[in-house]
Design a protein around this ligand. Sequence first.
Ligand SMILES: Nc1ncnc2c1ncn2[C@@H]1O[C@H](COP(=O)(O)O)[C@@H](OP(=O)(O)O)[C@H]1O
Ligand SMILES: [Mg+2]
Ligand SMILES: [Mg+2]
Ligand SMILES: [Mg+2]
Length: 355
Amino acid sequence: MASYSKELEVAQLAVQRAAILTRKVFHEKAKGTISKDDASPVTIGDFGAQALIIHAIKKNFPDDQVVGEEEASSLRENQKLRDQIWALVDGTKLKDPEAEKILGGPIESIDAMLDAIDAGNSAGGNKGRIWALDPIDGTKGFLRGGQYAVCLALMVDGDVKVGVLGCPNLPVDDSVPLTAESGIDQTDAEGKGVLFAAVSGQGATSRPLGIAGLGKSQPIQMKEVKDISQATFCESVEAGHSSHGDQFEISKKLGISKPSVRMDSQAKYASIARGAGDIYLRLPVRADYQEKIWDHAAGDLIVREAGGEVTDTLGRRLDFSKGRTLAENKGVVAAPVAVHGHVLSAVKEVLAAKK
Ligand SMILES: Nc1ncnc2c1ncn2[C@@H]1O[C@H](COP(=O)(O)O)[C@@H](OP(=O)(O)O)[C@H]1O
Ligand SMILES: [Mg+2]
Ligand SMILES: [Mg+2]
Ligand SMILES: [Mg+2]
């Protein structure tokens, strides 16, 4: 079995470096936000983080492909935005020169930055080594002052082998349980920022999200759910991304009376993987929406390696081999292995009753 130790190190350092950039933008009022073709927002933080991460991947693994969420066409036309991003990218370094060297050093020029962003154009698929990158997942949360995540995963022949999530606004302490407020950034800068990682067959870990080399990691595991009615379930903040109504019906069926924890981004996967919460539900709002692979690849592996099961609403494993989207899946149901079947039955009953 391949160990993927080099890939894991590069991925974690690349996410950690990109998070230095996103944190800077998070604390600035002007985030250089523009609207994409699908009317969703993108910021200078998203572009900058994508450039830095793809640069590091290409320096280390020149033959690998990348499926990245963003592309640079709007920047090629907009010099002001481009210069703003370059100023950020050019000034972002890890404070450990050895770690910086592992990432292949800084990006050489503005053109190289734009090319790095556009190198995220792989069509994906079931052959070879392909990275899935979401430079800022939960951009709406990022703009609102909520949770967000820098997400990177390596797929080999369509199967996720390495997953890394940088969550700058989650508490470092794995044992802090989720509360209704967990989706909002807790303003105190101390003790927050977590780097989650998993390698297929090797378990999942967390460590503080630093600004130099990698801190000491510890294994994480999902919490045992003894009584499902006491479980904590997570869902998106955005009602346009998943059906709050269906998710409420499902939780009611499970006897859960606690309100859901609403949180942006794959911080939901990370939070249940470390046992701070128990269940993550993402029920489709539109029948024709195809989930993007970069919104799930890292979280799927981290949860499964922490003792969870992740399927769609029909009980199928998420299939990352179909291209840039999860074309063969509908929605997401993530829970500890021991209770996943029970949760899935409730999901199916609620969806059947709607028909
Ligand atoms: N109609 C829809 N259904 C499900 N997900 C959607 C959606 N429209 C956008 N999204 C995705 O939802 C992601 C955020 O998820 P969450 O609601 O869990 O924070 C977005 O990622 P980005 O923020 O990276 O664009 C985007 O890709
Ligand atoms: Mg987006
Ligand atoms: Mg996303
Ligand atoms: Mg994104």
